[in-house]
Design a protein around this ligand. Sequence first.
Ligand code: ADP
Ligand code: MG
Length: 250
Amino acid sequence: MIRVDSLHKHFGGFRAVDGASIEIETGSITGLIGPNGAGKSTLFNVIAGVLPPTSGTVTMDGEDITGLPPHELFHKGLLRTFQIAHEFSSMTVRENLMMVPARQTGERLWNAWFKRGRVAEEERALAQKADEVLDFLTIDHLAEEKAGNLSGGQKKLLELGRTMMVDAKIVFLDEVGAGVNRTLLNTIGDAIVRLNRERGYTFCLIEHDMDFIARLCDPVIVMAEGKVLAQGPADHIMENEAVIEAYLGT
Ligand code: ADP
Ligand code: MG
């Protein structure tokens, strides 16, 4: 689905991503691991249109998407999760979900002006969809909670839920498990697997927790110093000497 070719992202003279080439197969849950500073987040940000590459290309289903802005990638079904912005923390969890399609297209603003009759109906459909998402993620009891009151792990589930409000094809998750307790991490893992199996989502996720990676991801791509070091099933990767050295060297 995604093919990254000889990607470079330099900050001044520093090569954060230094000629990385990766492929993400349709239907996979691909893991991206590597020591701190390996360039993982930078690679994600370039793929997701948040940062322009210095050189190299990104294609999605054969189409060149290099440097497209996030909203255009969003329409193609390529999503990267973001933390709940501060200004939405006083809105409820359900409202946060209902905003996703609206905020991305701006269409609903037009609807509000020109098609007032239809708005209430769309509002109901969105609320119903939001409730389905909350049910799927097993956080339906939090529908009326203010987003700002959620725990770290619950916020991560909400971030994942936002990708379900639109027709995502591939979702990039950057350390979705960071600072999340074991129980919620399992819930997040289960949600990822179910989205993959039942909705056909392809995932690429950066994660430090190797148990989590090993349970969910195949293949696993290892980055170090801006380059791809190894790629393969988790158990092979963990026996790879270059990989072990890269981790021990930090
Ligand atoms: P990872 O996610 O693998 O921990 P990052 O992609 O966040 O690594 O960062 C890779 C390297 O690039 C780090 O050394 C980081 O300090 C550097 N870096 C990231 N973003 C910037 C930036 N905007 N300006 C300068 N250096 C950056
Ligand atoms: Mg990072």
